[in-house]
Design a protein around this ligand. Structure first.
Ligand SMILES: [Cu+2]
Length: 224
């Protein structure tokens, strides 16, 4: 009987080790049941355990009249390098996005004039960071067709769904989690999905109410 507490301690230690072993394989679908790419998926856990460390810096390039990547995820305070790879200027606007894909407060947006690399000029690079969490809309004063998104996430497990709507979130502690989803085409906030993670691979399919846009027609000419 005296050994029992030691066994219990050992069991507690083992379960503590296993707590970091859960993986979450998520499939995100649109309202029609089709794979939904470029959804921002955030996992929230209040269980103890290691958190992944987000990169200190990312780059959002302006290239061929598009933002690359089209959707980026950062943590609050992450250094974001806006880098113009085109031979002509861009004038990037970045600000919190409100419902319906508009700027929440146009007076609070940041604006960056980034020179092109033609004529022997050094391509324009500017570094900014954002502390307020949520979705940001990226645009360009000079090219109205340019649209991108940035999500400042307060979850250490924040990832994008791939072209097949899938993503794998690793290193989440076992136990209860909530999964939040944001997508640029959503009209309403999506309710978080609750799940109970066990050791190993957990699979979760989340159907959203997002109605996907038809892919935009490619820009026929460079308006510079
Ligand atoms: Cu531009």
């Amino acid at each position: 009987m005296r050994r029992l507490p030691a066994v219990l301690v050992l069991l507690a230690l083992l379960s503590g080790l296993a707590a970091s072993a859960a993986e979450l394989q998520i499939t995100v679908l649109d309202r029609a049941g089709q794979a939904l790419a470029e959804a921002v998926v955030m996992v929230d856990s209040s269980m103890p355990g290691q958190r992944p460390v987000p990169p200190a810096e990312i780059t959002i390039a302006q290239e061929k009249l598009r933002f690359h990547p089209a959707v980026s995820i950062v943590a609050p305070g992450t250094r974001i390098v806006f880098s113009n790879k085109d031979s002509f200027d861009h004038h990037v606007i970045a600000g919190l996005m409100g419902p319906g894909g508009v700027y929440l407060d146009p007076n609070q947006n940041i604006q960056l004039r980034l020179s092109g690399k033609s004529g022997g000029r050094v391509p324009g690079n500017e570094v900014r960071s954002f502390n307020q969490t949520g979705p940001y809309l990226l645009g360009c004063h000079l090219h109205s067709s340019m649209r991108g998104h940035l999500y400042v996430a307060d979850s250490p497990w924040a990832q994008l769904s791939g072209a097949d709507g899938k993503l794998l979130v690793a290193g989440v502690p076992e136990g209860p989690v909530k999964v939040r989803i944001w997508h640029a085409d959503q009209l309403l906030d999506v309710e978080p999905t609750s799940a109970q993670l066990v050791a190993g691979v957990n699979r979760l399919t989340i159907k959203t109410q997002v109605q996907q846009r038809k892919s935009a027609a490619p820009t026929s000419a460079y308006p510079y």
